[in-house]
Design a protein around this ligand. Structure first.
Ligand code: FAD
Length: 348
């Protein structure tokens, strides 16, 4: 492992994920966080944009906080494939030596991040929910050197029963994958421009890359719950898959989407892609209705950042009321239809 010349590594870098030449939301979220970190380190933010004919996306990255954009553009990078993307990102790191490299914990990022970290001989903390700059170890320990301005990477550990803060003091870059939906993008700065640097480490066409024969996209008209402004979320207390109809009626009246707890997914009532929580999705809607959900820590971890939380539960000691802005104690079978009727009159 490289322990020499750590001070050569400068800047906060973000892997700007794009699919079909459209930037993914996580790219903007990471830029928002990178800006905070860069401010603390008195450095700048660089987005690494990898793909084929993607240069035009640089302005959008600038508008969300990138000071520089390094573009690796090659026909070999049209669709995501592990090997050429790993080669591209690892080559950027070896050439430009970032101090911090952030990657989204998306399906692509979870594949790419660990391979790149192994190739550039550094560590990676996966699935982070909090990133900040600080001292490591957190408190001075006699006989142990305390380093300043380290990236402190926090993530749930041991099945969510504890929270671990991890640092990478002896290697660079400090790498993390970050959960989508946790960090916040900055407001768009119209007309912002970044310095664009084109870099191509070279790709050999016959190098046994996986060949993509066909891309089959799943066809669905369901909105991703991570994009919804209003979520009507049901738990085991809803009682049956059929009874979710009362939640769907409420969601329809207020223009929301239905989501659920893990108990509901485990029971086979709803699919996993609408599960909220630590092993589901992290959501940040304007309004989150928690209906028949007890408020287990693993569920709350995925929805506590909602602007307004409304809890409906028959048990007035349910922990969901600790995080709720509005609580209604009673039987959801009576309350939800009444609420739907009342809101129908208001919303029209
Ligand atoms: P319950 O805890 O059974 O709560 C049902 C609630 O409904 C109760 O509070 C009850 O009072 C109320 N109720 C019942 N009938 C009515 C009624 N008629 N009217 C009103 N209220 C009623 N959970 C998640 O949700 N997401 C995750 O991502 C997740 N990840 C996990 C990861 C790990 C490693 C582990 C160990 C657990 C995880 N869990 C997760 C599970 C979590 O611990 C809880 O078991 C789960 O959230 C409980 O779901 P629930 O609130 O729907 O059910």
């Amino acid at each position: 492992m490289n322990k020499m010349g750590l001070e050569e590594y400068k800047g906060v870098y973000v892997f700007a994920q794009q699919v079909d030449n459209e930037l993914s939301g996580i790219a903007f979220e990471l830029l928002g966080k990178a800006k905070d970190l860069a401010k603390d380190l008195d450095t700048d933010v660089t987005a690494v944009l990898i793909g084929s004919e993607v240069k035009d996306l640089a302005d959008e990255l600038a508008a969300y906080g990138a000071d520089k954009v390094i573009v690796v553009d090659d026909p070999e990078l049209k669709e995501y494939r592990t090997e050429p993307y790993t080669h591209a990102l690892a080559s950027v790191i070896n050439e430009y030596k970032p101090e911090i490299m952030l990657v989204g914990a998306t399906a692509i990022g979870r594949d790419l991040g660990p391979r790149v970290s192994a190739r550039v001989a550094t560590g990676l903390t996966a699935d982070c929910t909090v990133l900040e700059i600080g001292d490591f170890p957190l408190v001075a320990i006699p006989g142990r050197e305390q380093k300043h301005n380290q990236l402190l990477m926090t993530r749930p550990a041991f099945g969510g029963n504890t929270i671990a803060t991890i640092a990478c003091p002896d290697n660079r870059p400090q790498m993390a994958t970050v959960r989508p939906g946790v960090m916040q993008a900055i407001d768009k700065i119209e007309g912002a421009k970044a310095e664009v640097i084109e870099f191509n480490p070279g790709f050999t066409p016959d190098n046994k890359y996986v060949e993509i024969m066909e891309v089959v996209k799943s066809v669905t008209d369901v909105v991703d719950i991570m994009d919804a402004n209003i979520l009507v979320s049901g738990g085991r207390g809803v009682g049956s898959p059929e009874n979710f109809k009362i939640l769907e009626d409420l969601a329809e009246v207020i223009g929301g989407e239905v989501s659920c707890s893990r108990a509901v997914v485990d029971a086979g009532w709803k699919p996993r892609d609408i599960q909220v929580g630590q092993t589901g999705k992290t959501v940040r809607p304007n309004v989150y209705f928690a209906i028949g959900i007890s408020g287990a820590i693993q569920h709350v971890a995925g929805m506590e950042e909602a602007d307004i939380i409304v809890a409906i539960n028959k048990d007035d000691t349910a922990p969901i009321f600790d995080v709720a802005d509005y609580g209604i104690v009673g039987d959801l079978n009576k309350i939800v239809p009444m609420l739907t009727e009342q809101l129908k009159a208001v919303v029209k």
